[in-house]
Design a protein. Structure first.
Length: 223
């Protein structure tokens, strides 16, 4: 199977030999898809059955709003998974869509068939262990995101996010592209950029592209 090395190095199959990965994929009804930029891979409302693995390019997960607009929930690169929580939870229909952010290749694996596999024994156990870890890590990420989203104003959300990144990466730290960061914080890009501009003008931060430095402040910092 093409790109087997990429699949074997993915988070889902990490630590499993390539020949064992091939056997598992054969038993789990795995299907390859090549998608052009903008093509819908999994559509909201469709049956939640497959775990998606990004093999080339990028995929984003989005929610369709009642206005017809899409809210970006995640952008995923090579080796990362999408729709795994819905497929494993037995959700009847997907509440989100997976869309090709650029030309990409993905592998779709039937979750129930994969979890029901019994051979090779060690490989099956490792895949389940990997899947539990992936779901746990995404749960932690969701809780982190909710911490920021609980803030009332755009400024408070940005400050909360910057404080977390400084704690995780050190100061200075690197942030995603502005649109991606705005989507993550559920704020308008223009409003967020205006807040960052005001913080920079006030001497609260230094900005060099995607690199942010929190500057020391005299007295209490603004909330």
């Amino acid at each position: 199977m093409e790109n087997l090395a990429i699949i074997a190095a993915s988070k889902l199959f990490y630590g499993v030999a390539q020949e064992e990965v091939a056997a598992l994929l054969a038993s789990a009804n795995a299907r390859w898809r090549s998608c052009a930029q903008g093509e819908v891979i999994l559509l909201a409302g469709s049956r939640a059955r497959d775990i998606g693995v990004v093999c080339a390019g990028e995929v984003y997960v989005a929610r369709e709003e009642i206005t017809g607009e899409r809210s970006l929930l995640a952008r995923l690169g090579v080796g990362e998974l999408f729709a795994e929580a819905y497929a494993c939870a037995g959700t009847t229909h997907l509440p989100v869509s997976a869309i090709a952010a650029q030309d990409c290749q993905v592998l779709l694996v039937d979750a129930q068939s994969l979890l029901a596999a019994r051979e090779p024994v060690a490989a099956c156990a490792r895949v389940r262990e990997n899947l539990i870890r992936i779901l746990a890590q995404k749960s932690v990420l969701l809780n982190r995101r909710l911490t920021h989203l609980s803030r009332r104003s755009t400024r408070e959300k940005v400050l909360s996010y910057f404080a977390e990144q400084a704690a995780r990466q050190g100061n200075p730290f690197t942030v995603p592209a502005r649109q991606e960061m705005a989507d993550f914080l559920c704020v308008e890009r223009s409003a967020m950029c205006a807040v960052i501009g005001k913080m920079r003008a006030a001497g609260e931060i230094a900005v060099e592209g995607r690199k942010i430095t929190l500057l020391p402040q005299k007295g209490a910092s603004k909330a």
